[in-house]
Ligand binder design. Structure first.
Ligand code: FDA
Length: 305
């Protein structure tokens, strides 16, 4: 728990970024979680995923754009990506983060970029998932999501994090508006005032939210690598007679590859979240924070200098 908190703190620390980027052990570990730096790398990972009988969503890495021109560039990069996916003839989704599109600068800027991306996706018959970030952004992310979902209900969905106390009520709202939800445990460092501090409570909330989505949600995505939770979701769907085509499992690129394929072989829809780009540091640190073995490896290197 302390290690996780420390790692998540480092994820937001630019000085630590320079240090971690220089460690010899870093690049091979990054390669495990990130498809590459260029859009071509992402598309070739998507092709390989497709050939394994799985679906994909592409995430151009980057968060917290510092100025408006960066945010607009990111918006344009996503629009270009949609064209590239279309040209490659490989149906797939994209996942975006509103801080990359300018949420730190203004809601209007983030909205303009978001609207342009989702409009384009809607024209092409594609789907955009709005990732959720730290709790200081939750309220504004959901407010912008409501606006965009009103305009393009079939082209956009949201992520909800089970560790947040507010998620029970957000989930009710999303179910009522028939929005597509990806449910996750939550990956950021959050205070006890907004999120469950104990893993057992997070897991209990996650189970409750999955059950609710399986019963009443619109093609929910259950995003987890947790074997007990996967088993519970499968069992619940089976007991209620919910067909496998009515929901999907999602996992991150590089994590539990065999399990992804085994689920697909059992007839479940499985989508792999594929990050690519040069701004991998915060994403990478959050993945390390989830896995003590990887974390200790990095910490030993840091201590040795
Ligand atoms: P948990 O962390 O309990 O892990 C269960 C088991 O999975 C571990 O014991 C280990 O075996 C394996 N595992 C998990 N993480 C691993 C890793 N990094 N390396 C190797 N093995 C690992 N969060 C968020 O806040 N906003 C978001 O928008 C998203 N989006 C998102 C999309 C997708 C497709 C996924 C799968 C996850 C997210 N997340 C996210 C991240 C999510 O909140 C959560 O942090 C991770 O999925 C880890 O939680 P698990 O449910 O996998 O369980």
């Amino acid at each position: 728990m302390v290690l996780r908190a420390g790692m998540l703190w480092l994820a937001g620390n630019p000085r630590a970024e320079g240090l971690v980027r220089r460690l010899p052990v870093t690049q091979p570990l990054v390669n495990r979680f990130v498809a590459g730096e260029r859009v071509e790398d992402a598309l070739s990972a998507a092709t390989a995923i497709h050939e394994r009988g799985l679906h994909y969503t592409l995430d151009l890495l980057g968060e917290n754009a510092a100025d408006a021109s960066r945010a607009t560039e990111a918006g344009q990069a996503y629009i270009d990506l949609l064209d590239r996916i279309q040209a490659a003839g490989l149906p797939g989704n994209i996942s975006i983060k509103l801080t990359m599109l300018g949420l730190d600068i203004s809601d209007d800027l983030a909205w303009q970029n978001l609207e342009a991306i989702v409009r384009k996706a809607s024209e092409l018959g594609m789907f955009v998932r709005v990732d959720t970030e730290g709790s200081p952004y939750t309220e504004r992310t959901i407010a912008l999501f409501r606006r965009i979902h009103d305009l393009y209900p079939d082209a956009v969905g949201i992520v909800l994090q089970s560790y947040l106390y507010r998620t029970d009520s957000d989930l009710d709202e999303m179910i009522t508006r028939r929005a597509r939800v990806r449910i996750v445990k939550g990956a950021y460092k959050e205070p006890e005032t907004v999120a469950y501090p104990h893993k057992s409570d997070v897991d209990a909330a996650f189970r409750r939210h999955i059950e609710r989505l399986l019963e009443d949600g619109n093609y929910p995505a259950i995003a987890t690598h947790d074997e007990a939770i996967i088993g519970m979701a499968k069992g619940y769907a089976l007991r209620l007679g919910i067909d496998r085509s009515r929901f999907e499992f999602q996992m991150l690129y590089g994590i539990r590859r065999d399990r992804q394929e085994a689920l697909a072989a059992e007839g479940y829809n499985v989508r792999v979240y594929v990050p690519y780009g040069t701004s991998w540091y915060p994403y990478f640190m959050r993945r390390l924070a989830e896995r003590p073995a990887n974390l200790l490896f990095i910490l030993r290197q840091l201590v040795r200098g």
